[in-house]
Each structure stands twice: as structure tokens, then as C-alpha cells.
Design a protein. Structure first.
Length: 279
């Protein structure tokens, strides 16, 4: 039933409200994975993937390589998890978390390069790539810069315009996706603190990383319910989102992921893939 449909009887009204309730309870869990390199590993991809709906796979610039990409795609297939492009700056030493000032064309090429890499590996495994989510400093910079965001969208759109853009709520990235007619899903973060302007707080600030499991669970539930969350600078804001991110590169990541998943289920949420979310 669409919003414009006419409701003719009380039974239809009840049915309509039940549909709205059902739609409200859908949520997606995503995590950044495949962030090792060569023989060096980071995080526990296999176990994290078992707890999520969508995986954002590093594509060789900030982390990851062709073999890690391939192995993680196979893990996603085994667990029926979305496969997504997770491109970052070419900055392995800084794990893609250092801000680099590049031209828009360089950004566009950087994104196209990494998107093509993952789609190429996926094609050898007869696997479908569903979405794209920028990594680290590139993501943070794009949230504040519409022109940078447009370059990112142009980069992956040239390879596959059907990819869903997974990006922070109310960001310039979402505006860029809308501008180019790309399907977008807004995400919130369970394990990161926010500032009152709606952006994530800098990792350099004390309290920016939420390591307390119960606090992360509560923030995930509040975001999913549309409740206000407390910011690092003492305000309360809404973070409307249909996907919740869990970072997989921390020691407490697996415990947080399991607890957040169970907390959402206990609160009546249906965990689904990105394409199954309601627009």
C-alpha cells in the first residue's frame, strides 16, 4: 500500500497502520571488513560477517588486496550477506584515516579504480556487488564537501550506477547521491560519538570511540527507534538512519556486534539487507 492509496474502511485503516509499524521495524547492520593486507590480518572477518547484513570490503588502497577481497566475498556468500565496495585514500600507512587534498578528477579515478577492482574479483566468483560506502578520512571529508561527494558518486556510477550509496545521515554524500539519481541508504554509527552538528566526533577526542558494549547497544537502539542520542559536546540530536555501522577493526568488535544484533532483535527489529529496506 502506498501513501496515496485511499483507505475505505476501518479494517483498511488498521491494516495500513500495521504496515507502517512493520516498515518502521526494518533495520540493516553493516561493517567494514577485509582490512588486512597480504599475510597481515585485521579483525575477525568470518565471525563479524555472521552478525551483519552488509559487508563493506576494502579494495586495496587503504587496506585489502585481491586475495583478501576474494576470500571475504566467499565468506559473505556463505552467510548471505551483501557485498559492498569500501574505497579509501591510497594510504596504507595511515589506514586511510589521514586527510589528503586531491583534485576532483583524482577522487573520481580513485573510486572508479577500487570499484572496478571489487566488481572484477566478484565476477570471478559469480557474485553480485550491491553497494558502495567510502572509508575513513575520505568519507568524513565527503560528508562536508558536496563537490568531493559528487566526484565520489561519479566514480562508482561510471562502473555500476545500480550500486546503493551507503552514507551518513544528512551528509553531503547523500545530497550527491540524490543529485545523480542514485539509490541511497542513510547510516548511523553505534560505536562512534557524534557532535551536535550531526557529524562524527574526531577520533582524537576522548570518548569518540564507544568501547562500552551496553552504551553501543543503546545508541544503536535509539538510532533505530528515531530517538535522540547524546553528543560528545553535551547536546541531543536525531540521527535518522536505516543502517547501523559496526567497526570491525577493534578488539571489542565481535562482542559489540553480537550484542547490538541481539539488542535490536529483542527490541522488535527485523534485520534485513539494504535492498529489503523500505524507501
Amino acid at each position: 500500500m502506498r501513501n496515496g492509496d485511499r483507505i475505505r474502511a476501518s479494517g483498511d485503516v488498521l491494516f495500513f497502520h500495521l504496515i507502517i509499524l512493520y516498515e518502521k521495524l526494518k533495520i540493516n547492520l553493516n561493517a567494514d571488513v577485509a582490512e588486512g593486507y597480504g599475510r597481515w590480518t585485521m579483525g575477525n572477518d568470518k565471525d563479524i560477517i555472521n552478525e551483519i547484513n552488509s559487508a563493506n570490503i576494502a579494495c586495496g588502497k587503504h587496506a585489502g588486496d585481491e586475495n583478501i577481497m576474494s576470500n571475504v566475498i566467499l565468506l559473505c556468500n556463505e552467510s548471505n550477506v551483501d557485498i559492498g565496495v569500501h574505497p579509501g585514500f591510497s594510504d596504507i600507512e595511515g589506514f586511510g584515516r589521514r586527510r589528503l587534498n586531491l583534485s576532483e578528477k583524482n577522487i573520481e579515478n580513485l573510486i572508479a579504480y577500487q570499484t572496478g577492482a571489487l566488481l572484477g574479483i566478484a565476477s570471478t566468483l559469480n557474485s553480485k556487488v550491491t553497494h558502495m560506502k567510502p572509508h575513513g578520512a575520505l568519507n568524513n571529508m565527503a560528508c562536508e564537501d558536496l563537490n568531493l561527494s559528487k566526484a565520489i558518486v561519479r566514480g562508482f556510477k561510471a562502473i555500476d550506477k545500480k550500486l546503493i550509496l551507503l552514507a551518513p545521515t544528512n551528509s553531503e554524500l547523500i545530497k550527491a547521491g540524490d543529485y545523480y539519481g542514485i539509490a541511497c541508504v542513510e547510516e548511523g554509527f553505534a560505536d562512534r560519538a557524534y557532535m551536535s552538528d550531526g557529524n562524527l566526533s574526531s577520533r582524537s577526542l576522548e570518548g569518540s570511540l564507544i568501547t562500552d558494549v551496553q552504551k553501543a547497544v543503546q545508541q544503536a537502539i535509539d538510532i533505530a527507534n528515531g530517538e535522540k542520542i547524546e553528543t560528545l559536546d553535551g547536546k541531543k540530536i536525531h540521527v535518522p538512519a536505516k543502517s547501523i555501522c559496526i567497526h570491525g577493526d577493534k578488539q571489542e568488535a565481535l562482542n559489540q556486534a553480537k550484542s547490538i544484533k541481539q539488542g535490536l532483535i529483542d527490541n522488535g527489529f527485523d534485520l534485513v539487507k539494504l535492498a529489503e529496506l523500505d524507501s
